[in-house]
Design a protein around this ligand. Structure first.
Ligand code: BEZ
Length: 252
């Protein structure tokens, strides 16, 4: 089952995804008139922050619901799966925030990003890195195991180590300028159940709605001791992989 996105719910309940992605803009350092591609733009909340820099922005996402929201912001946004980017040497830079970990064939994505960039073009991105939401993944794994489902068969997420991603970038013709792998515990405004309903639907696709609700309640109880404080505030154990890379110029 592919992940379904509801842009209204996304904006209301996990708006922090774009806000916490803002450090990427400093790393990207956009300049006027540059052509920039945002891969996995979601509802365009971070993408639109590029507009004041005077760049020419194209945004893509595989979700038509998210792209409709991005278009409502006035962005040039298109429903395109990042595993099949259709661009060739059209962009000075590619940006991606909190999207690459949803793409399970990273080599296809990186080939498309490399193709889309001009020589010396920049690729600046942040994604979940190794250990991301590990407390949640472990509990989901245990729960599914008890239901006879193997975690790997339904896991929509890919959280690479820095070394793995460095090797992939290099194999696709990138020089790495910087790569950081760091913990970013993130407080939620609402309940972990909302987070799970937005982001973890694929794990529970095999169950009927009643069974799914029971499993989510059980998961919430399991996670409470580690991720919820005495005041009932939830914190998710995010780990980020943030990097900047440059497409090697084969002519030089
Ligand atoms: C992330 O941004 O790292 C993330 C968000 C939801 C699910 C998985 C990962």
């Amino acid at each position: 089952m592919t992940q379904q996105w509801d842009s209204n719910r996304y904006a209301c309940e996990v708006g922090f995804v774009a806000t916490l992605g803002e450090p990427l803009l400093a790393l990207l350092a956009p300049v006027p008139h540059e052509r920039i591609l945002d891969v996995g733009c979601g509802d365009g909340a971070l993408t639109e922050k590029l507009l004041p820099f005077g760049c020419q922005i194209t945004a893509v996402d595989s979700s038509s619901h998210q792209i409709a929201a991005a278009i409502r912001r006035g962005l040039d946004a298109h429903v395109i799966d990042a595993h099949a980017l259709p661009y060739a040497e059209e962009f000075d830079a590619v940006l991606s925030n909190a999207a690459l970990h949803w793409m399970k064939d990273p080599d296809k994505v990186l080939a498309g990003v490399a193709r889309a960039l001009v020589p010396d073009g920049r690729f600046v991105a942040e994604m979940g890195g190794a250990g991301n939401v590990a407390r949640i993944v472990n509990s989901i794994g245990g729960l599914l195991n008890r239901e006879g489902i193997e975690l790997a068969s339904v896991n929509p997420w890919y959280f690479p180590t820095p070394n793995e991603y460095r090797e992939r970038l290099s194999a696709h013709g990138f020089d790495i300028v910087s790569m950081e792998h760091f913990e970013r515990p993130t407080k939620l405004d609402g309940d972990i159940t909302a987070w799970l309903e937005i982001f973890a639907t694929s794990f529970f696709a095999a169950f009927n709605p009643l069974h799914r609700t029971k499993l989510l309640a059980r998961l919430r109880e399991e996670l409470r001791s580690d991720l919820c404080d005495a005041k009932g505030r939830w914190t998710v154990d995010y780990v980020r992989l943030r990097f900047s890379a440059v497409k090697r110029d084969k002519r030089s």
